[in-house]
Design a protein around this ligand. Structure first.
Ligand SMILES: [Fe+2]
Ligand SMILES: [Fe+2]
Length: 307
């Protein structure tokens, strides 16, 4: 582990984040104008972030088809968000069960839990407002989600949290700054990015602290979770069902999936999105051993060079 990053006082961080939560938290029920109509013809995800952008198939699609794919990919992304935040909340709640309820870091964990409950509600309302249906995980991932809260402990909880939170943070920062996007999607992303930046801070600092005193098996599990989590996240964000629901016939939907998976533009977006997390985990010694192979399999170079 890099000796330059020292664990900081958990209570001091938690108190600062609790104060930040009081000053800047949102209630999506009142802070988002759910009655405003969607804007005809506007994208739901910036075109440059649609998984097919830059492929031959993209050039063949009409504007309406591109918008529809962006709508389905946005719905898939927030569906994955709900799945992930639900699992994270179970892990956080289980963690606090063992801890002292008078401590600020426990209060902050409960505050984060509350944030995530509002986010899941917000994402659910966004799916409904966009006129879509939520995407469900397949049998394996759905059941993995049932088991993970009981299996992951110590540093792996924060590694799993960061893999989800940091990639969404990076992608949502691009989304919220795009003027040509559906205003409703931008509002949702702005709220989420603001509140998630506190979660990321808390997770990073607690991970640093836990790794500093963890033993080999815990570190090995954290490495495995980082590698598998990254691979998994990339897979669930490119789902063939998205193309079918967007109205492409089954042969074109299969072609869309193939072109999206091989799309170098998409690979660059993900590599950029994962870079801050990769650098942090690398510094913490979490990208090492077999987990390096998993990062490579995700198309992300474990040392941060071009993949
Ligand atoms: Fe969230
Ligand atoms: Fe979060």
């Amino acid at each position: 582990m890099d000796a330059t990053r020292q664990p900081v006082d958990r209570e001091a961080t938690a108190r600062r984040l609790l104060l930040g939560s009081v000053k800047r938290s949102y209630d999506p029920d009142v802070d988002i104008d759910w009655d405003a109509p969607l804007v005809e013809g506007k994208f739901f995800t910036p075109p440059s972030m649609v998984t097919l952008y830059g492929t031959r198939l993209w050039d063949e699609l009409s504007h309406e088809q591109r918008v529809e794919i962006s709508r389905q990919e946005m719905i898939n992304t927030v569906s994955v968000g709900i799945w992930f935040e639900n699992i994270l909340n179970q892990m956080l709640l289980r963690m606090t069960y063992e801890q002292n309820p008078t401590r600020a870091h426990v209060h902050y964990a409960w505050t984060e839990l509350g944030d995530e409950c509002r986010h899941m509600t917000m994402f659910g309302r966004l799916i409904e407002k966009a006129g879509g249906r939520p995407y469900r995980q397949g049998f394996v991932l759905h059941n993995l989600g049932r088991v993970l809260p009981f299996v992951l402990t110590g540093p792996s909880v924060w590694v799993a949290a960061l893999v989800g939170e940091e990639i969404f943070d990076a992608l949502q920062r691009i989304t919220m700054n795009d003027d040509d996007l559906q205003p409703l999607v931008r509002q949702v992303m702005r709220i989420h990015v603001t509140e998630e930046s506190r979660h990321i801070r808390f997770a990073r600092e607690d991970l640093t602290r836990r790794l500093a005193r963890s033993r080999w098996p815990e570190r090995a599990l954290a490495r495995l979770v980082a590698g598998i989590g990254t691979l998994l996240l990339k897979t669930v964000l490119t789902r063939p069902e998205v193309f079918r629901r967007a109205g492409l016939d089954s042969a074109t939907a299969r072609r869309a999936r193939r072109e999206a998976r091989k799309n170098p533009h998409r690979a660059r977006i993900y590599a950029t999105g994962f870079e801050k997390l990769r650098a942090f985990l690398h510094e913490q010694g979490v990208i090492a051993g077999p987990s390096r192979l998993l990062w490579r399999a995700s198309g992300l170079h474990p040392d941060g060079k071009a993949a």
